[in-house]
Design a protein around this ligand. Structure first.
Ligand SMILES: *Cc1c(COP(=O)(O)O)cnc(C)c1O
Length: 383
């Protein structure tokens, strides 16, 4: 087990709860994307939202080693964390920002996303002070998602206005369509055609933009290809599917989440109380013994809602969760199970009885939503 970033051993001993990710699976998923898009297409890997909950620093290190062309995140703080981890791959800021953020964004060397004239002017003002070469920006077009971006019919005019600002270079032009069912897919297909029309008319007008990009996980899962020079996958790199299983098989992409684990810090024998049926935790207790591990709500663990009982694994044996509090996870243990302080409990795994999709379903969550609840402070190791 090799820590990908420095994990404080003392902190891990006093709060032994961590996440293990599978670097080989991440390499495999990236290779699968490359196989689908062909070798000439650049890969901008989306590592937003703490790499979809998997730990942005260790994930980005693996992706940098694997040679991705660019990393994309929505968060300035996360972009800074990449640099602190020694990652030097160019970083695109996806989310957009207030004009007053541009000075700091450029000072750090991040590539801003622009979608209106105010943003472009703010970049131009901030850029003119230091840069010798034009400052690269990406322009984002909204072609139907209805979120951030310049409207399709105003994009050419915005690009024209930016071209007049001599200290800015439109290095990239991109859009984002994401869908999860066949209806959304049909709509996305139709809207993407309008984006490709825009690219065609810009080209015809002699506007040269080196990086163009429109395809993300849902499109790549469907096997779509286009003439853009880049793609920007997120979900599939982590082995997560943004689409319903009826639409596309997630295989051959593999989950990079190996496990979330926590160690037993106490074994309790309740033979002399509290009695079963009493107290919050003991209402539903069936066994004589319980163990406690430090994997509580604060760590992002939630147990189950409704009538389903959550389980954790102890050496492949399923143990029933009887309580989750802010700091602690309490599990009951049948008499035939040998268990001791320091033993590992698997709270979430890549597959099997505590697979992420099952743990998420106990909460009526999608897997990505469950990943978002796990604490970003949980140490992550690449195994
Ligand atoms: C999140 C995001 C992506 C990646 O989307 P996935 O569905 O996770 O592959 C691509 N482009 C933009 C603009 C995004 O915000």
């Amino acid at each position: 087990m090799m820590p990908c970033f420095e994990t404080d051993a003392a902190a891990l001993n006093s709060h032994p709860t961590w996440m293990e990710i599978d670097g080989a699976a991440l390499h495999h998923n990236l290779d699968e994307v490359r196989r689908r898009v062909g070798s000439g297409v650049k890969i901008i890997a989306s590592v937003k939202a703490n790499a979809y909950g998997h730990g942005i620093q260790p994930v980005a290190k693996v992706l940098e080693d694997a040679g991705v062309d660019m990393l994309a995140t929505g968060s300035f703080a996360e972009a800074c964390a990449l640099r602190e981890a020694g990652v030097s791959t160019p970083v695109l800021l996806l989310a957009g920002a207030l004009p007053e953020a541009m000075g700091e964004v450029l000072a750090r060397g991040f590539i801003p996303t622009i979608y209106d004239l105010d943003g472009a002017r703010a970049v131009s003002r901030a850029a003119s002070e230091s840069a010798s070469a034009p400052t690269p920006v990406f322009v984002k077009v909204d072609c139907g998602l209805g979120r951030v971006g310049v409207a399709l019919d105003q994009a050419a005019a915005l690009i024209d206005d930016i071209a007049a600002m001599r200290n800015i270079l439109v290095q990239g032009l991109y859009t984002h369509v994401s869908f999860n069912d066949s209806q959304g897919m049909a709509y996305s297909q139709e809207r993407l055609r309008l984006f490709y029309d825009l690219l065609g008319s810009l080209k015809a007008a002699g506007v040269n933009i080196p990086i163009t990009q429109a395809l993300a996980s849902s499109a790549l899962l469907m096997g779509w290809r286009d003439d853009c020079t880049a793609v920007c996958p997120g979900h599939i790199l982590f082995g997560l599917s943004p689409v319903v299983p009826e639409l596309a098989e997630l295989a051959p992409f593999r989950p990079i989440l190996r496990a979330i684990k926590s160690r037993v810090i106490q074994v309790r024998d309740h033979s002399s109380g509290p009695d079963r049926g009493t107290g919050a935790y003991h209402k539903n207790r069936r066994q004589r013994r319980t163990v406690v591990a430090p994997c509580g709500i604060n760590d992002g663990y939630r147990g189950a809602v409704g009538t389903h009982a959550a389980q954790v694994l102890h050496r492949d044996r399923e143990l029933r969760v009887i309580g989750v509090s802010l700091e602690h996870l309490t599990v009951e243990v049948p008499d035939d199970v040998e268990i001791a302080v320091g033993d590992e409990l698997v709270v979430v795994a890549g597959d099997g009885p505590v697979a992420l999709n099952r743990v998420a379903a106990w909460q009526n969550h999608r897997p990505i939503e469950a990943m978002m609840t796990f604490s970003a402070r949980m140490p992550v190791v690449s195994v």
